[in-house]
Ligand binder design. Structure first.
Ligand SMILES: [Zn+2]
Length: 314
């Protein structure tokens, strides 16, 4: 592999690691990024942390991966963005970007001439994912989400893309491996474009711990072994529970949320997930499980806006 590795405005010669800022197309925003061009040929992998600004385990894991991985250890090429959404990060916002109020993970593949979130999505899609063989999107349970670690892989791609995505997801060491047909998020959009990958969730409620970051590093390294970027075959990091889909319940009111379940609970269809009340404690509505399954996350804030996710069942 003699060619230089180009990712947006950054370049890395074979056998080098280059750190710098990736320009977001048509905007003054820049994303801290690391290119690692291995000494041996292999696949090209894109890793993003901080698509959501308040999901710290994925952000810290991506920062550390960028420090730890060396070109001499790598067969292939890696670009790590750590984090993507610096404005949302410093605004300490959940879900949304401060400039346009949009959820970046609903904007893929993005628009070259859109709002800031659409331009970030477009830059990642067209300049990074378009040349990738695999894509890992590291999330962390948002600021107002209590969750159990899980990984989403896409069912929206070709069968071979979906198969690789599912196989790699099962090697992350996370208990719940969940299929998804969404196409406007990072990994779903990548799958539609022919690039296998996943979206992982470790952490919750705007917190992060050393254990969570180490779990991320172990899992991501295991997937890099599976993909052949790191030497040695992947290990079995524990048995997984495969869930065919995730259904997200959203609020119909802007009010106060009183959950009746916790992340990780098993629920039956029709079981009460929680209720909304107004400021006078009047009950506005009750929310029921739409399927049997496991509660993957539940909103932890008392304050909920209409349209906010309140719980997800896999
Ligand atoms: Zn997220």
């Amino acid at each position: 592999m003699s060619e230089e590795f180009k990712a947006g405005n950054l370049r890395a010669e074979p056998g080098t690691k280059v750190q710098g800022y990736l320009n977001v197309h048509g905007s003054d925003m820049k994303m801290p990024a690391t290119l690692i061009h291995g000494t041996r040929p292999g696949k090209t992998v894109v890793i993003t942390g901080g698509i959501h600004g308040g999901e710290y385990p994925g952000i810290e894991a991506s920062i550390r991966l960028a420090v730890q991985l060396k070109p001499e250890d790598v067969s292939g090429r890696l670009v790590i963005v750590h984090p993507v959404n610096t404005k949302a990060y410093f605004a300490k916002m959940q879900y949304f970007g401060p400039d346009d109020g949009k959820n970046l993970n609903r904007m893929f593949p993005g628009k070259a001439t859109g709002t800031v979130s659409e331009r970030i999505a477009w830059t990642i899609s067209s300049e990074l994912i378009s040349q990738a063989d695999f894509f890992m999107d590291l999330h962390g349970g948002d600021i107002h989400e209590a969750l159990v670690p899980f990984v989403l892989y896409s069912l929206a791609g070709r069968p071979e893309v979906n198969r690789i995505s599912e196989e790699a997801s099962s090697l992350l060491g996370l208990k719940y491996v969940v299929g998804s047909v969404s196409t406007n998020g990072t990994f779903g959009s990548a799958a539609v474009a022919g690039v296998p990958g996943f979206l992982a969730e470790i952490g919750q409620c705007g917190l992060w711990s050393e254990e969570e970051v180490l779990a991320y590093l172990k899992g991501v390294r295991n997937v890099l072994k599976y993909l052949g970027l790191l030497p040695g075959g992947p290990e079995d990091l524990g048995s997984v529970v495969k869930l065919p889909k995730m259904i997200v319940s959203t609020s119909e009111q802007t009010a106060c949320w009183y959950p009746a379940v916790r992340a990780g609970d098993r629920v039956a269809k029709g079981q009460k997930l929680g209720e909304m009340r107004d400021f006078f404690a009047n009950r506005l509505g009750e929310y029921l499980a739409s399927q049997d399954g496991t509660v993957l996350y539940v909103a932890s804030s008392l304050a909920i806006n209409e349209g906010d996710p309140i719980a997800a069942i896999g």
